[in-house]
Ligand binder design. Structure first.
Ligand SMILES: Cc1cc2nc3c(=O)[nH]c(=O)nc-3n(C[C@H](O)[C@H](O)[C@H](O)COP(=O)(O)OP(=O)(O)OC[C@H]3O[C@@H](n4cnc5c(N)ncnc54)[C@H](O)[C@@H]3O)c2cc1C
Length: 420
């Protein structure tokens, strides 16, 4: 099934330029939907597409369609700020995000595509005693679980971040930081493209502009989906449609506890390199990194009300800019070049939903909120195994929907939110 990968040299790039760029091979096939598949995945975001790749690659299930109502990665996957880390508070989260982080280390080689994984380190600043205590608690949990992340004193923060304002007048004085040296970022859309290209080569159909309107059940079993391009039958269906998952499951009597909220991000004009690690601060409420090109990638808190809109309100923009100036006052005259929003799918405990839902054969992978980009390889790996075997792998069991009824929340509100 696998098509040969075409490689390009500088010479072939120049030749293509001379011929008006007419000879490029499509990265993934523009598939037409067929009437039935073994597995249908709803949503070609990172989680849907990675699951399809691992299904084909590791489990030999190639008769798979990923149905996307818009374009590949057009949801949150290509709208995020690309931050990758695994220093969460709960052991369930550390296991899942830790697996994902380790897969990111070799993802470019695995997918034969440069996803620009850049582990320059990640520093979460503590500005209050309470924050210091909270981050120290996370560092302790990380140490017990074997996640390489620890507290560093202010002197070390300043040597990692010489441009951070050190003034004694500060409203938010620096008390220390949680540091993960292998934290960093990757290029978000490259991750989606890389998985899509490989999945397509392995025979997966990626069908864009094909919205799923409803999920069809026959008694207690799932049998297919009704789409904007007709009915498609499948015995196994996974919904990975982020904040748009709940309305697809509600008619089947499954209520997903997900609230959609707008989250915005910003990119500045390029500057000379001054910022090596990613810097995050819960108290000032913002985070910042600098790309290889020199642009600053900046984010902050979510908008204050539920919304499916991808256009955010003004106050979070002002708050985020103020937060950055609190940390780096010399940025005051830097211009922001771009700004955008995504609608993130927040659960009550800030942890994702992975597992069976409702009629037999139906699964969900959603609720990733503000921090699901970093989880794409790990979640895809785990959910592919779940779909292939019908058994939920131990690492995913705690993330099942039943945790809310049973009161077994995986509360990550201290280690997520603005700390993506
Ligand atoms: C501004 C911003 C910054 C962020 N920063 C970070 C970060 O730094 N690090 C991090 O780890 N995470 C970050 N995130 C969160 C991260 O982007 C998401 O958690 C992650 O992308 C979720 O991936 P997904 O595949 O679940 O959803 P999505 O990428 O949203 O994919 C869902 C797909 O389903 C499709 N869909 C919806 N309904 C239907 C339907 N009925 N039929 C067919 N298709 C449908 C949508 O069009 C979409 O393409 C950020 C998010 C935003 C918005």
């Amino acid at each position: 099934m696998r098509r040969p990968t075409r490689r390009y040299s500088i010479l072939s790039l120049l030749k293509e330029a001379r011929h008006g760029h007419s000879g490029w091979v499509e990265a993934w096939r523009k598939a037409e939907p067929r009437s039935s598949y073994d597995v249908v995945i709803v949503g070609a975001g990172g989680h849907g597409i990675a699951t399809a790749y691992y299904l084909a690659k590791l489990h030999g299930i190639h008769n798979v369609a990923v149905l996307e109502k818009g374009w590949l990665g057009g949801g949150n996957t290509a709208r995020n700020t690309g931050i990758i880390r695994s220093n969460y508070l709960r052991r369930e989260s550390m296991a899942l995000y830790g697996l994902s982080h380790s897969l990111f280390e070799h993802l470019s080689q695995e997918l034969d595509f440069n996803v620009m994984f850049t582990p320059r380190g990640l520093v979460e600043l503590a500005h209050t005693r309470q924050e210091l205590a909270e981050l120290s608690r996370i560092a302790d949990a990380n140490r017990h679980f074997g996640i390489k992340s620890w507290m560093i004193p202010t002197s070390e923060v300043h040597s990692l971040l010489p441009s951070l304002d050190q003034g004694s007048h500060k409203r938010f004085p620096l008390l220390g930081a949680l540091y993960q040296p292998r934290g960093g970022f990757a290029r978000h859309d490259a991750v989606a493209w890389a998985y899509a290209r490989m999945a397509s080569q392995l025979g997966v159909d990626i069908v864009e502009n094909c919205g799923v309107e409803s999920i069809i059940a026959d008694g207690e079993r799932i049998v297919g989906v009704q789409t904007s391009r007709g009915r498609i039958d499948a015995g196994t269906i996974m919904v990975a449609a982020a904040g748009e998952s709940p309305p697809l499951l509600a008619p089947l009597g499954v209520n997903l506890p997900i609230e959609p909220v707008t989250l915005q991000a910003f990119v500045s004009e390029p500057l000379k390199p001054f910022l090596n690690p990613v810097v995050m601060s819960g108290a000032v409420h913002g985070y910042i990194s600098q790309t290889a090109k020199g642009e600053l990638v900046i984010g902050g808190g979510t908008d204050a009300y539920p919304s499916h809109s991808r256009r955010g309100a003004w106050p979070p923009i002002e708050d985020t800019v103020a937060a950055m100036l609190e940390l780096f006052p010399f940025l005051s005259r830097v211009r922001l070049m771009r700004h955008w929003g995504g609608s993130v799918d927040i659960t009550p405990d800030r942890s994702p939903l992975i597992g069976p839902a409702g009629p037999s054969g139906l699964y969900v992978n959603c609720g990733w909120g503000t921090g699901g980009f970093k989880a794409i390889p790990g979640s895809g790996f785990v959910t592919a195994s779940m779909l292939a075997t019908g058994k939920v792998p131990p690492i995913a069991v705690p993330f099942g929907l039943e945790r809310f009824a049973a009161g077994r929340m995986i509360d990550e509100s201290a280690a997520s939110g603005v700390i993506h």
